[in-house]
Design a protein around this ligand. Structure first.
Ligand code: S3P
Length: 166
């Protein structure tokens, strides 16, 4: 069974995903890396040269291909679990876990670099984007509050919850 991690940029999808991959022995995939490999371009460059619409189109294609993937931990880009087709396909691909990190905690740590949608935006705009996405993230199969936990602790908690299904 695949485990799909969703949540905003900076919520820990990569670090928690890599820990979970170690704990479960499942390989780790990241939709952004799959997109970069498919186009031979960095995410930032895709946004710069082709725009967000094209990025979302490729993202949808990559998500659709995940239906053929088995037994992986998958980190989905922060805007993936918004599109209705992606929501349907990601849920069909595996158990979807929302890494629920409050936006203040994310902003205090700092948004990770090279995020074209967020890099030049002020706090208020980022908070608004986060809030507009929360109702979608809440459609995950599981909601894990990550605040105050290390990536290892979060990964262990997910593992314990899912143990019987894995
Ligand atoms: C995006 C988040 C990024 C990446 C792209 C768009 C978004 O992924 O897919 O920059 O719309 O929030 P991370 O969630 O891994 O930062």
């Amino acid at each position: 069974m695949n485990i799909v991690l969703i949540g905003f940029s900076g919520s820990g999808k990569t670090t928690v995903g890599q820990e979970l991959s170690q704990i479960t022995g499942k390989g780790f995939l990241d939709t952004d890396i799959l997109i970069e490999r498919r186009l031979g371009l960095k995410i930032e460059d895709i946004f710069t040269y082709y725009g967000q619409r094209f990025f979302r189109y490729i993202e949808r294609e990559v998500v659709k291909d995940l239906l053929l993937v088995e037994d992986k931990v998958i980190s989905a880009g922060g805007g993936a679990f918004i599109d209705p087709m992606n929501i349907k396909n990601l849920k069909a691909a595996g158990v979807v876990v929302f890494l629920n990190e409050p936006i203040d905690a994310i902003l205090d740590k700092g948004i990770p670099p090279h995020r074209p949608l967020l890099k030049d935006e002020n706090r208020e705009t980022i908070v608004r984007l986060y809030e507009s996405r929360l109702p979608f993230y809440k459609q995950a199969d599981m909601d894990i509050i990550t605040d105050g936990k290390t990536a290892v602790e979060t990964a262990e908690q997910i593992f314990l919850f899912l143990q019987e299904k894995l």
